[in-house]
Design a protein around this ligand. Structure first.
Ligand code: G3I
Length: 314
Protein backbone atom coordinates (compact mmCIF):
# COMPACT_ATOMS: atom_id res chain seq x y z
CA UNK A 1 0.00 0.00 0.00
CA UNK A 2 1.23 3.54 -0.64
CA UNK A 3 2.30 5.70 2.29
CA UNK A 4 0.62 8.97 3.26
CA UNK A 5 3.71 10.73 1.95
CA UNK A 6 3.44 9.01 -1.43
CA UNK A 7 -0.28 9.73 -1.70
CA UNK A 8 0.26 13.39 -0.81
CA UNK A 9 3.14 13.68 -3.29
CA UNK A 10 0.87 12.36 -6.05
CA UNK A 11 -1.34 15.36 -5.30
CA UNK A 12 1.58 17.78 -5.29
CA UNK A 13 1.54 18.04 -1.48
CA UNK A 14 3.39 16.65 1.48
CA UNK A 15 2.11 14.76 4.50
CA UNK A 16 4.51 14.98 7.41
CA UNK A 17 5.08 14.72 11.12
CA UNK A 18 6.84 16.70 13.79
CA UNK A 19 9.43 14.82 15.80
CA UNK A 20 11.73 15.38 18.76
CA UNK A 21 15.19 14.07 19.58
CA UNK A 22 14.39 11.54 22.36
CA UNK A 23 12.38 9.37 19.95
CA UNK A 24 15.14 9.13 17.31
CA UNK A 25 16.60 6.10 19.12
CA UNK A 26 13.26 4.26 19.24
CA UNK A 27 13.38 1.76 16.35
CA UNK A 28 9.64 1.04 15.97
CA UNK A 29 9.05 4.79 16.07
CA UNK A 30 11.71 5.70 13.50
CA UNK A 31 10.51 2.94 11.18
CA UNK A 32 7.19 4.77 10.86
CA UNK A 33 8.71 8.27 10.92
CA UNK A 34 11.16 7.46 8.16
CA UNK A 35 8.84 5.32 6.10
CA UNK A 36 5.43 6.93 6.13
CA UNK A 37 6.02 10.66 5.76
CA UNK A 38 7.63 12.89 3.15
CA UNK A 39 8.06 15.88 5.44
CA UNK A 40 9.41 16.44 8.97
CA UNK A 41 9.13 19.39 11.35
CA UNK A 42 11.74 19.90 14.04
CA UNK A 43 9.37 19.86 17.02
CA UNK A 44 11.59 21.38 19.73
CA UNK A 45 15.29 21.57 19.17
CA UNK A 46 15.47 24.49 16.74
CA UNK A 47 13.85 26.73 19.33
CA UNK A 48 15.91 29.57 20.76
CA UNK A 49 16.73 27.94 24.12
CA UNK A 50 18.40 25.07 22.27
CA UNK A 51 20.06 26.93 19.37
CA UNK A 52 21.40 29.99 21.27
CA UNK A 53 21.60 28.90 24.93
CA UNK A 54 24.00 31.75 25.73
CA UNK A 55 24.13 35.03 23.89
CA UNK A 56 26.12 34.61 20.67
CA UNK A 57 26.83 30.90 21.32
CA UNK A 58 25.01 28.68 18.84
CA UNK A 59 24.44 24.95 19.15
CA UNK A 60 22.89 22.89 16.36
CA UNK A 61 23.83 19.44 17.65
CA UNK A 62 20.33 18.20 18.37
CA UNK A 63 18.47 19.85 15.51
CA UNK A 64 21.09 18.65 13.04
CA UNK A 65 20.25 15.06 14.02
CA UNK A 66 16.66 15.56 12.97
CA UNK A 67 17.61 17.32 9.74
CA UNK A 68 20.09 14.52 8.96
CA UNK A 69 17.35 11.92 9.59
CA UNK A 70 14.99 13.76 7.26
CA UNK A 71 17.58 14.05 4.51
CA UNK A 72 18.44 10.36 4.82
CA UNK A 73 14.75 9.60 4.22
CA UNK A 74 14.18 12.14 1.43
CA UNK A 75 11.91 14.24 3.62
CA UNK A 76 11.30 17.96 3.29
CA UNK A 77 12.22 19.88 6.47
CA UNK A 78 10.14 22.59 8.15
CA UNK A 79 12.22 24.71 10.50
CA UNK A 80 10.47 25.60 13.76
CA UNK A 81 10.82 28.32 14.94
CA UNK A 82 12.96 31.48 14.78
CA UNK A 83 11.02 33.97 16.93
CA UNK A 84 8.62 32.76 19.63
CA UNK A 85 7.81 33.96 23.14
CA UNK A 86 8.15 30.43 24.57
CA UNK A 87 11.17 28.18 25.12
CA UNK A 88 13.49 31.18 25.20
CA UNK A 89 16.81 31.14 27.06
CA UNK A 90 16.77 33.07 30.32
CA UNK A 91 19.35 35.61 29.13
CA UNK A 92 16.87 37.14 26.65
CA UNK A 93 15.11 38.92 29.51
CA UNK A 94 18.32 40.71 30.46
CA UNK A 95 18.98 42.16 26.99
CA UNK A 96 18.50 45.95 27.05
CA UNK A 97 15.58 47.10 24.90
CA UNK A 98 17.89 48.97 22.55
CA UNK A 99 19.87 45.81 21.80
CA UNK A 100 17.07 43.30 21.31
CA UNK A 101 16.43 43.91 17.60
CA UNK A 102 20.11 43.32 16.92
CA UNK A 103 19.95 40.14 18.97
CA UNK A 104 16.93 38.94 16.97
CA UNK A 105 18.64 39.72 13.67
CA UNK A 106 21.81 37.94 14.77
CA UNK A 107 19.84 34.89 15.93
CA UNK A 108 17.99 34.61 12.63
CA UNK A 109 21.14 35.20 10.56
CA UNK A 110 22.88 32.39 12.40
CA UNK A 111 20.09 29.82 12.63
CA UNK A 112 18.55 30.32 9.20
CA UNK A 113 22.09 30.69 7.81
CA UNK A 114 23.15 27.36 9.32
CA UNK A 115 20.14 25.64 7.73
CA UNK A 116 20.31 27.51 4.42
CA UNK A 117 19.46 25.08 1.66
CA UNK A 118 18.32 22.39 4.13
CA UNK A 119 15.16 23.93 5.56
CA UNK A 120 12.46 24.33 2.90
CA UNK A 121 9.84 26.09 5.04
CA UNK A 122 10.63 28.26 8.08
CA UNK A 123 8.19 29.20 10.83
CA UNK A 124 9.79 32.63 11.13
CA UNK A 125 7.45 34.08 13.74
CA UNK A 126 5.21 31.90 15.89
CA UNK A 127 2.12 32.86 17.93
CA UNK A 128 2.43 36.67 17.94
CA UNK A 129 -1.29 37.37 18.39
CA UNK A 130 -3.80 37.06 21.21
CA UNK A 131 -7.26 35.57 20.68
CA UNK A 132 -8.80 39.05 20.20
CA UNK A 133 -6.34 39.89 17.43
CA UNK A 134 -4.16 42.24 19.46
CA UNK A 135 -0.44 41.66 19.67
CA UNK A 136 0.78 39.25 22.32
CA UNK A 137 2.86 41.22 24.82
CA UNK A 138 6.00 39.12 24.35
CA UNK A 139 9.45 40.39 25.19
CA UNK A 140 9.86 41.16 21.47
CA UNK A 141 6.63 43.15 21.28
CA UNK A 142 7.40 45.05 24.46
CA UNK A 143 11.03 45.92 23.74
CA UNK A 144 11.03 46.27 19.92
CA UNK A 145 7.40 47.09 19.15
CA UNK A 146 5.09 46.20 16.28
CA UNK A 147 7.91 46.21 13.74
CA UNK A 148 9.65 43.13 15.10
CA UNK A 149 7.66 40.74 12.91
CA UNK A 150 8.59 42.51 9.67
CA UNK A 151 12.21 42.76 10.80
CA UNK A 152 12.28 39.02 11.51
CA UNK A 153 10.98 38.19 8.03
CA UNK A 154 13.52 40.51 6.38
CA UNK A 155 16.34 38.91 8.35
CA UNK A 156 15.15 35.42 7.42
CA UNK A 157 15.00 36.29 3.72
CA UNK A 158 18.53 37.67 3.88
CA UNK A 159 19.82 34.56 5.69
CA UNK A 160 18.19 32.04 3.33
CA UNK A 161 16.78 33.60 0.16
CA UNK A 162 15.29 30.31 -1.03
CA UNK A 163 13.43 29.27 2.12
CA UNK A 164 9.66 29.69 2.22
CA UNK A 165 8.95 32.08 5.08
CA UNK A 166 5.84 31.43 7.19
CA UNK A 167 3.90 33.13 9.94
CA UNK A 168 2.52 30.31 12.16
CA UNK A 169 -0.21 30.36 14.83
CA UNK A 170 -2.99 28.38 16.54
CA UNK A 171 -6.71 29.16 16.62
CA UNK A 172 -6.45 30.80 13.21
CA UNK A 173 -7.92 27.80 11.34
CA UNK A 174 -11.37 29.34 11.02
CA UNK A 175 -12.40 32.90 10.28
CA UNK A 176 -12.42 35.07 13.42
CA UNK A 177 -10.71 37.93 15.21
CA UNK A 178 -7.35 36.19 15.48
CA UNK A 179 -7.19 34.94 11.89
CA UNK A 180 -8.40 38.36 10.73
CA UNK A 181 -5.38 39.89 12.47
CA UNK A 182 -3.04 37.49 10.69
CA UNK A 183 -4.85 38.16 7.41
CA UNK A 184 -4.33 41.90 7.89
CA UNK A 185 -0.65 41.37 8.72
CA UNK A 186 -0.07 39.33 5.57
CA UNK A 187 -1.99 41.83 3.43
CA UNK A 188 0.05 44.74 4.77
CA UNK A 189 3.32 42.82 4.25
CA UNK A 190 2.33 42.15 0.65
CA UNK A 191 1.43 45.82 0.13
CA UNK A 192 4.75 46.98 1.61
CA UNK A 193 6.94 44.38 -0.06
CA UNK A 194 7.96 42.74 3.21
CA UNK A 195 8.88 39.13 2.44
CA UNK A 196 6.34 36.48 3.46
CA UNK A 197 5.53 33.27 1.59
CA UNK A 198 3.06 31.41 3.73
CA UNK A 199 0.76 31.08 6.69
CA UNK A 200 0.85 28.05 8.97
CA UNK A 201 -2.41 27.00 10.58
CA UNK A 202 -1.28 24.90 13.54
CA UNK A 203 -4.63 23.11 13.90
CA UNK A 204 -4.49 21.82 17.46
CA UNK A 205 -8.16 20.91 17.22
CA UNK A 206 -10.81 19.42 19.50
CA UNK A 207 -12.91 16.38 18.58
CA UNK A 208 -15.97 17.37 16.56
CA UNK A 209 -14.87 21.00 16.30
CA UNK A 210 -13.19 21.40 12.93
CA UNK A 211 -14.05 25.03 12.07
CA UNK A 212 -16.71 25.17 9.37
CA UNK A 213 -14.85 28.06 7.71
CA UNK A 214 -11.53 26.19 7.41
CA UNK A 215 -11.55 25.87 3.60
CA UNK A 216 -12.81 29.43 3.13
CA UNK A 217 -10.08 30.71 5.46
CA UNK A 218 -7.33 28.81 3.63
CA UNK A 219 -8.68 30.24 0.38
CA UNK A 220 -8.65 33.85 1.58
CA UNK A 221 -4.99 33.57 2.59
CA UNK A 222 -4.17 31.96 -0.76
CA UNK A 223 -5.95 34.83 -2.49
CA UNK A 224 -3.45 37.23 -0.87
CA UNK A 225 -0.70 35.41 -2.76
CA UNK A 226 0.77 33.23 -0.02
CA UNK A 227 0.87 29.49 0.52
CA UNK A 228 -0.91 27.84 3.43
CA UNK A 229 0.15 24.78 5.42
CA UNK A 230 -1.53 22.81 8.17
CA UNK A 231 1.50 22.73 10.45
CA UNK A 232 0.74 21.02 13.77
CA UNK A 233 -2.41 18.97 13.32
CA UNK A 234 -3.81 16.95 16.19
CA UNK A 235 -7.43 16.37 17.25
CA UNK A 236 -7.78 15.66 20.94
CA UNK A 237 -10.56 13.85 22.80
CA UNK A 238 -11.42 12.93 26.36
CA UNK A 239 -9.62 9.68 27.02
CA UNK A 240 -10.08 6.78 26.85
CA UNK A 241 -10.82 6.35 23.16
CA UNK A 242 -13.83 4.38 22.01
CA UNK A 243 -15.24 3.45 18.61
CA UNK A 244 -17.63 6.40 18.53
CA UNK A 245 -14.90 8.94 19.27
CA UNK A 246 -12.54 7.27 16.82
CA UNK A 247 -15.16 7.56 14.08
CA UNK A 248 -15.71 11.25 14.82
CA UNK A 249 -11.96 11.81 14.85
CA UNK A 250 -11.64 10.08 11.48
CA UNK A 251 -14.35 12.35 10.07
CA UNK A 252 -12.49 15.37 11.49
CA UNK A 253 -9.15 14.34 9.98
CA UNK A 254 -10.92 13.72 6.67
CA UNK A 255 -12.45 17.21 6.77
CA UNK A 256 -9.10 18.87 7.43
CA UNK A 257 -7.41 16.92 4.65
CA UNK A 258 -10.18 17.71 2.19
CA UNK A 259 -10.07 21.42 3.08
CA UNK A 260 -6.37 21.54 2.27
CA UNK A 261 -6.77 19.58 -0.95
CA UNK A 262 -9.54 21.95 -2.06
CA UNK A 263 -7.11 24.89 -2.25
CA UNK A 264 -4.19 24.63 -4.67
CA UNK A 265 -1.94 26.79 -2.49
CA UNK A 266 -2.40 24.55 0.55
CA UNK A 267 0.96 22.82 0.23
CA UNK A 268 0.78 20.14 2.88
CA UNK A 269 -0.25 18.80 6.26
CA UNK A 270 1.93 18.00 9.27
CA UNK A 271 0.74 16.11 12.34
CA UNK A 272 2.28 17.17 15.66
CA UNK A 273 4.00 13.83 16.05
CA UNK A 274 2.12 10.80 14.77
CA UNK A 275 1.58 8.37 17.65
CA UNK A 276 -0.63 8.84 20.71
CA UNK A 277 2.27 7.64 22.84
CA UNK A 278 4.38 10.65 21.84
CA UNK A 279 1.94 13.56 21.93
CA UNK A 280 2.21 16.77 23.98
CA UNK A 281 -1.54 16.74 24.70
CA UNK A 282 -1.88 14.57 27.86
CA UNK A 283 0.72 16.58 29.78
CA UNK A 284 -0.92 19.92 28.97
CA UNK A 285 -4.61 18.90 28.90
CA UNK A 286 -5.10 16.33 31.69
CA UNK A 287 -7.75 13.78 30.78
CA UNK A 288 -7.40 14.44 27.06
CA UNK A 289 -5.29 12.77 24.40
CA UNK A 290 -5.51 10.12 21.67
CA UNK A 291 -5.14 13.05 19.25
CA UNK A 292 -3.04 11.46 16.52
CA UNK A 293 -3.35 8.97 13.66
CA UNK A 294 -1.41 6.05 15.19
CA UNK A 295 -2.04 4.51 18.60
CA UNK A 296 0.64 4.05 21.29
CA UNK A 297 1.77 0.79 19.67
CA UNK A 298 2.04 2.30 16.18
CA UNK A 299 -1.21 0.74 15.04
CA UNK A 300 -3.09 2.74 12.40
CA UNK A 301 -6.26 4.32 13.80
CA UNK A 302 -9.44 5.11 11.84
CA UNK A 303 -8.07 8.66 11.54
CA UNK A 304 -5.10 7.28 9.59
CA UNK A 305 -7.39 5.55 7.11
CA UNK A 306 -9.53 8.66 6.75
CA UNK A 307 -6.47 10.67 5.72
CA UNK A 308 -5.35 7.81 3.47
CA UNK A 309 -8.68 7.76 1.65
CA UNK A 310 -8.92 11.57 1.44
CA UNK A 311 -5.48 11.60 -0.20
CA UNK A 312 -6.78 9.16 -2.82
CA UNK A 313 -5.68 5.84 -1.34
CA UNK A 314 -7.87 2.84 -2.03
O1 G3I B 1 14.07 18.34 27.60
C1 G3I B 1 13.52 18.45 28.91
C2 G3I B 1 13.93 17.27 29.75
O2 G3I B 1 15.32 17.26 29.93
C3 G3I B 1 13.22 17.35 31.10
O3 G3I B 1 13.49 16.20 31.85
C4 G3I B 1 11.72 17.45 30.91
C5 G3I B 1 10.98 17.61 32.23
O4 G3I B 1 9.92 18.50 32.15
O5 G3I B 1 11.44 18.58 30.10
C6 G3I B 1 12.01 18.50 28.81
O6 G3I B 1 11.67 19.67 28.10
C7 G3I B 1 10.33 19.69 27.62
C8 G3I B 1 10.38 19.84 26.11
O7 G3I B 1 9.07 19.96 25.61
C9 G3I B 1 11.04 18.63 25.43
O8 G3I B 1 10.27 17.47 25.68
C10 G3I B 1 9.60 20.87 28.24
O9 G3I B 1 9.45 20.68 29.64
C11 G3I B 1 8.25 21.03 27.59
O10 G3I B 1 7.65 22.23 28.06
C12 G3I B 1 8.39 21.10 26.10
O11 G3I B 1 7.09 21.17 25.55
C13 G3I B 1 7.02 21.53 24.19
C14 G3I B 1 6.10 22.73 24.04
O12 G3I B 1 6.01 23.06 22.67
C15 G3I B 1 6.62 23.95 24.78
O13 G3I B 1 5.66 24.96 24.72
C16 G3I B 1 6.45 20.37 23.41
O14 G3I B 1 7.37 19.27 23.45
C17 G3I B 1 6.21 20.78 21.97
O15 G3I B 1 5.54 19.74 21.29
C18 G3I B 1 5.36 22.04 21.95
O16 G3I B 1 5.17 22.43 20.63
C19 G3I B 1 4.39 23.60 20.43
C20 G3I B 1 4.92 24.28 19.19
O17 G3I B 1 6.30 24.52 19.31
C21 G3I B 1 4.19 25.57 18.91
N1 G3I B 1 2.75 25.35 18.83
C22 G3I B 1 2.18 24.64 19.97
C23 G3I B 1 2.90 23.33 20.21
C24 G3I B 1 2.27 22.54 21.34
O18 G3I B 1 2.40 23.22 22.55
Amino acid sequence: APTLGQLAAAKGRYFGSATDNPTLTNAPYTAVLGGEFNQITVGNTQKWMYTEPSRGQFDYTQADRIVDFAQAHNQVVRGHTLVWHNQLPGWIDTVPAGELLGVVRNHIANVAGHYRGDVVHWDVVNEAFEEDGTRRQSVFQQKIGDGYIAEAFKAARAADPNAELYYNDYNIEGIGAKSDAVYNLVRSFKQQGIPIDGVGLQAHLVLGQVPSTLRQNIQRFADLGVDVAITELDIRMRTPRDATKDAQQAADYRAVTNACLAVTRCVGITVWDFSDGYSWIPSVFPGEGAALIYDENFGKKPAYWAVYEALGGT
